[in-house]
Design a protein around this ligand. Structure first.
Ligand SMILES: O=C(O)CCC(=O)C(=O)O
Length: 318
């Protein structure tokens, strides 16, 4: 299989670690320390959002856009533990060495036990709450600006709403990535604060002539478009498809990853989804190798989609 030359796009552990290290020390860390804030707007409606941001592919934070959501007003980790305590979850699923199964209540107990001990922060990433706790959705009403999500036409109402909750402890990190399947990110912050470091979709990190990663070239390129900003409760981030993003939790935090497919990206979306499903069915060993950290997450995504679409995975044919 052809090796991906751009380290920002690789999903094997060594490449993920090399990119993450660049955020801690060296030219990238320095460039982000003085990177500009994202454009911020408040009080805009769907038409203005479509014309000014979606049509132009410009990232923006819509401040306070979800401030009146019941989740933003009432949720805490304890509140969710009371409602979902017995549900199974996998914490730290983005880190194959740390991933472990527990219940939601067990997860909240773990948070309490590890707070202030200096232990690695715990992060429940990409929780497809709709498969086990669909009642939570009422606390996160549909965003008016997300109505363009073409997945509703493609997969039906249920399949289009496979959003994810991200719940974790201060210091937790989601490493730099682009979202799969060419979807736009509409991330709503519910509890606490997160620091987002983003890069344009054409950013590239390649080895230089000496074979070492040329981080300086990445930072010097106009394609990098380095931007850094905090997302606070009630804020909604719009990040067009393929923008790279890395997230660090500035405090204990809960956020909703609501995705939306622009019809303009439909063909690519279908090709990527079908490609992934075929790879899972026909070439799982290769996928396990190239996605060593995320293989189980890819499986979980497939299961969540099948569940939402009422597809029986035990059968090959109906
Ligand atoms: O909040 C995080 O840690 C990651 C969120 C994310 O990657 C997304 O919503 O696309």
């Amino acid at each position: 299989m052809a090796v991906e030359p751009n380290y920002l796009k690789r999903r094997d552990l060594a490449s993920l670690k090399a990119v993450e290290a660049a955020f801690h020390q060296g030219p990238l860390a320095e460039a982000y320390a003085s990177a500009p804030d994202i454009e911020r707007r408040s009080g805009i409606g769907r038409e203005e959002f479509d014309a000014e941001y979606r049509a132009k592919g410009r990232p923006v934070v819509l401040e306070g856009y979800a401030a009146d959501w019941p989740s933003v007003r009432t949720w805490s980790f304890e509140h969710l533990a009371e409602r979902c305590g017995s549900l199974p979850v996998v914490v730290d699923s983005y880190n194959s060495a740390a991933a472990r199964s527990t219940t939601f209540g067990g997860f909240v107990e773990m948070l309490k036990a590890s707070a202030g001990t200096g232990a690695a922060p715990i992060y429940l990433q990409e929780w497809y709450y709709k498969t086990s706790a669909p009642e939570l959705a009422a606390d996160m009403p549909e965003l008016d600006i997300a109505r363009y999500d073409f997945r509703r036409k493609l997969y039906g109402d249920a399949g289009s709403t496979n959003h994810q909750l991200w719940l974790g402890q201060q210091g937790g990190i989601t490493r730099l990535h682009q979202d799969s399947y060419s979807v736009d990110v509409l991330h709503a912050q519910i509890v606490g604060e997160k620091l987002w470091s983003i890069m344009g979709p054409d950013a590239e990190l390649l080895p230089g002539p000496d074979g070492e990663l040329d981080v300086e070239a990445l930072c010097a390129s106009p394609a990098a478009q380095l931007t850094r900003f905090a997302l606070r409760p009630g804020d909604v981030l719009y990040l067009p498809a393929w923008w790279f993003h890395r997230i660090e939790l500035l405090s204990d935090s809960i956020g909703l990853g609501r995705k939306a497919l622009d019809e303009a990206n439909l063909q690519l979306h279908v090709r990527q989804r079908v490609g992934e499903l075929l790879a899972l069915a026909l070439n799982p060993d290769e996928l396990r190798r190239t996605h060593s950290e995320l293989f189980d997450v890819v499986m979980a995504r497939g299961r969540a989609l099948a569940h939402q679409m009422d597809i029986d995975l035990s059968r090959l044919r109906q």
